[in-house]
Write a protein that binds this ligand. Structure first.
Ligand code: 26W
Length: 840
């Protein structure tokens, strides 16, 4: 017996005697139950009578973690033995979402753990609700990284991913009087059962100071003398593949003070300075910057980026030397993928490590570097392109600036050979921007240092080739490719929509979970009235579940049979939540004018966070609430139109929202959304899309069929053309009475009688320059929404289209994306992990 006497050992009696020692790893419900008891007792230090649901969650989580660890050691050992080439994924953000449910599914332990938990009289659904999710990302980019971790492990791709262990993730959003209020996200307060602290895996990271040249073996070397040093400590999270034995690592780095440093200061008696130093060091990984798309030249952000990248690359070299000696072999063993420019300083850091620390010659080092980096761009917004003022960069990373100058010089010299006097081209390609202020352009550094550069949807890749990266594309077109984003079918269908998953599996088997193209098999069923009825019933039950949540959280009763029209994503002017509002206001006015209007009841749902300093976005949240209140209080519309804002959009909430959608709003100005991934999650769950020809919408529309997609609005080319010929939003406002009425209502305080001027800035922007062309797309959007309403009035047709949407979404699995990365960029092959017979 492993545990205390109060446990009832009767369950263990049913396990074969030689299995008793497997109580920490076995998969029989009895073994799992015993393991949960153990953890409750020995880790949570609780006895059953006083244990809270959170204690139960922790005990179950630890029991699951043991089983993950067991597979991880086998995975690591296999990679080591086979010298498998691995991907090193570098991302400043990972938006993992709750871990327990997905780990249970991936390990195939859901039924056994449910049974085990039942034996203990706990409730698994209540336990699953307890988890605080690690919100270590802002939005699309971070969630994409999490879907890719899932896909890499499921495809048995050897990988190690690195990031930052932020003590505070993305802020929690509360709504007070219709305004967003940010609250600190204390996700670690009650402990994190999924992480494994690795106090033995630490690296020192230097900042500031100066460089010196010294003689070495007849040549000269550069030494960086920093003025501060911070230590990074590794915390590992285990990422299990679905239905395979592979468990990969997500290694997150936490900043700590270096004691030796403190010690020297202590000896000088400067106690306060030593303590202060500790605080400053730890600040580096305190908090995630909550801006998406808006680059800010903040020193702490550059420190964060350099800190985690340096730890990751030092760690990678450590792993490399476990197996190999000659650094020229490095590209045969690792490929390093940069998730946007946030880790791009890695190019310079890798050069520094090779040249300064491992004494490689410059040319060899550059050859190795260029052979093993890849860069993914995720945004078309010019203000999101990261640039660091030279003054800041040289202060924090003096050696890296020298290295960047050297890279740049050699690079521009090589360009001059082909384009001798093309000053403009050289200025555009240069890693250093000269005017108005001298800055380091991280995207250029990433492009120069990488073997492969990719966009995240076909249109996006096309636009970067013609736009921001045109000169790089002219120079090295072979480096560019497209890798359309994908999402995890495990998290966004199997886990979050169990009803639909079960219905699908009942008809086509469960192969779709790992081979999403098999969803095609649903197409013939779209003609079967019985199947259509079952499909509709699942959707209704998902909508009812969301309606219950809305009632519990907001006290608003919504009608689950209404059309659920949903827009969830970060608040941003280019994403045009306010265009959605213009439709809602227009529909409201029409319903008031004409109670006999042929339109189904609609529940319009919004959710999403605004960057704390993004005033217009916060004002849009306020306007959503103002319209919601007005509509809710108006007896003239009753339940024919309702507007709801669900606070605190995160992965946990998202998992309840996507499955409940009838209509997915993907209405960004064409040419502005790099890809979008929410669009994929909705369609996979059977929502129909109303959308522009932007990002991956275009490919989704091609896949599901133009007749199954509510398209509207200007194309990217038309947007550019209209801007070039002189776009006049005011004229459109003048000529369209319904649009004018809606805008006048907003501007005059119709929705906020107590503060009539509140939304004037929003309307002024729209009428004066309207950078995101709401006026230009308004009428097309209204007309398209009318078609949506009329289609919804024919339920059978609607559900048939819904089935076809799901059936044709196979291409948008993250597995397809990762396979493309593996084959076309990384050169990494799957390595199946076989567990020894006694463990299988
Ligand atoms: C420097 C500030 C900053 C922070 C984050 C700039 C840019 C970002 C991200 C790149 C923003 C982001 O999340 N981009 C989104 O990436 C998704 C995954 O590829 C795409 O689906 C979205 O279209 C894109 O907006």
């Amino acid at each position: 017996m492993l545990t205390g006497d109060f446990m009832n050992p009767s369950h263990l009696a049913t396990i074969p005697p030689d299995d008793h020692n497997r109580v920490r790893t076995g998969t029989h419900p009895e073994q799992i139950a015993q393991s949960i008891r153990d953890h409750l007792h020995l880790i949570q230090a609780r006895f059953p009578a006083v244990a809270t649901p959170y204690d139960h969650y922790m005990a179950v989580a630890y029991a699951v973690r043991d089983r993950l660890l067991h597979r991880w050691t086998r995975t690591a050992e296999t990679y080591y033995r086979r010298r498998s080439k691995s991907v090193c994924y570098l991302s400043a953000e990972y938006l993992l979402g709750p871990q327990l449910g997905s780990n249970l599914l991936h390990l195939g332990l859901m039924p056994a753990v449910r049974e085990a938990v039942g034996m203990l009289d706990f409730d698994l659904d209540e336990i699953l609700e307890q988890e605080f999710e690690p919100g270590l990302g802002n939005g699309g980019l971070g969630r994409l990284a999490a879907c890719y971790l899932d896909a890499m492990a499921t495809l048995e791709v050897p990988s190690i991913s690195h990031g930052i262990r932020y003590e505070f993730g993305i802020f929690a959003q509360e709504i007070v009087n219709g305004w967003q209020v940010e609250k600190a996200d204390k996700w670690l307060r009650l402990g994190n059962p999924w992480e494994i602290a690795r106090p033995e895996i630490t690296f020192e990271v230097k900042f500031g100071g100066h460089t010196e040249v010294y003689n070495c073996d007849g040549g000269y070397q550069v030494r960086w003398v920093p003025d501060s040093v911070v230590r990074g400590m590794a915390y590992d999270t285990l990422i299990a593949g679905y239905g395979v034995n592979t468990v990969n690592l997500l290694r997150l780095w936490k900043a700590e003070a270096v004691e030796d440093f403190d010690f020297q200061i202590f000896n000088r008696g400067d106690y306060y300075r030593a303590v202060l130093d500790k605080v400053t060091s730890e600040n580096i990984t305190k908090v995630l910057y909550p801006n998406d798309e808006q680059a800010e030249g903040k020193a702490l952000r550059l420190k964060q980026q350099y800190f985690f990248v340096s730890c990751a690359l030092q760690d990678l070299l450590r792993l490399f030397f476990q197996k190999s000696k000659d650094l020229r072999d490095f590209p045969d063993e690792f490929f390093i993928q940069l998730n946007d420019t946030h880790p791009a300083v890695g190019v310079a850091e890798f050069m520094r490590l090779l040249v300064d620390e491992y004494s490689l010659g410059w040319d060899t080092a550059w050859e190795v570097t260029q052979a093993c980096f890849g860069y993914t761009n995720h945004t078309l917004m010019p203000e999101a392109l990261e640039k660091w003022p030279l003054s800041l960069f040289s202060q924090l990373l003096p050696r890296h600036l020298e290295i960047i100058y050297e890279i740049n010089q050699r690079f521009l010299d090589s360009v001059r050979i082909s384009f001798p006097d093309d000053v403009d081209r050289l200025a555009a390609l240069s890693i250093i921007e000269e005017a108005p202020e001298r800055q380091v352009r991280m995207a250029n550094l990433a492009c120069v240092g990488s073997r492969a550069i990719n966009g995240v949807a076909a249109l996006h890749t096309d636009l970067i080739k013609k736009g921001v990266f045109k000169d790089f594309h002219d120079l090295t077109p072979e480096k560019f490719s497209n890798k359309t984003n994908g999402v995890s079918p495990r998290r966004f269908l199997l886990l979050s929509n169990p009803g639909l998953a079960e219905l699908i599996t009942h008809h086509i088997g469960d192969g779709w979970v790992k081979d999403l193209d098999l969803l095609r098999g649903l197409e013939p069923h779209a003609k079967n009235p019985g199947f259509v009825k079952d499909w509709a019933a699942v959707k209704l039950s998902n909508k009812t579940r969301l309606a219950e949540q809305v009632l519990a959280r907001l006290g608003i009763r919504v009608n689950p049979t209404a059309l659920f029209d949903i827009q969830v994503k970060r608040l941003h002017e280019y994403k045009r939540q306010h265009l959605n509002l213009l439709h809602i206001i227009t529909l409201y006015n029409r319903l008031r004018d004409n109670p006999a209007l042929k339109a189904p009841p609609r529940v319009c749902i919004f959710s999403g966070k605004a960057a704390p300093g993004y005033w217009q976005a916060k004002l849009i949240i306020r306007l959503i609430h103002a319209v919601a209140d007005t509509v809710q209080k108006d007896p003239a519309v009753g339940d024919r139109l309702q507007v709801v804002f669900i606070p605190d959009f995160n992965v946990k909430n998202a998992q309840k929202i996507y499955p409940a959608a009838d209509l997915s709003e993907q209405i960004s100005t064409a040419g502005m959304e790099a890809s979008g991934t929410g669009n994929m999650k909705f369609a996979l769950n059977g929502a129909l899309t109303i959308g522009t020809l932007d990002g991956a919408n275009i490919e989704i529309r091609e896949a599901v069929g133009a007749e199954n997609f509510f398209l509207f609005g200007l194309s990217a080319a038309e947007v550019a053309h209209r801007k070039a010929e002189g776009y006049n939003p005011h004229a459109i406002y003048e000529s369209n009475p319904e649009l004018r009425l809606a805008l006048d209502q907003i501007a005059s305080g119709f929705f906020t009688p107590r503060d009539t001027g509140l939304f004037k800035p929003l309307v002024d922007t729209l009428l004066s320059h309207d950078p995101f062309m709401l006026m230009g797309d308004y009428q097309a959007y209204i007309d398209s929404q009318e078609r949506v309403g009329l289609t919804y009035l024919r339920p059978e047709r609607w559900h048939r289209l819904s089935i076809l949407n799901t059936a044709r979404m196979g291409r948008f699995s993250a597995d397809r994306s990762i396979r493309e990365y593996c084959e076309e960029i990384w050169g990494v092959a799957p390595q199946p992990i076989v567990m020894p017979a006694e463990f299988s």
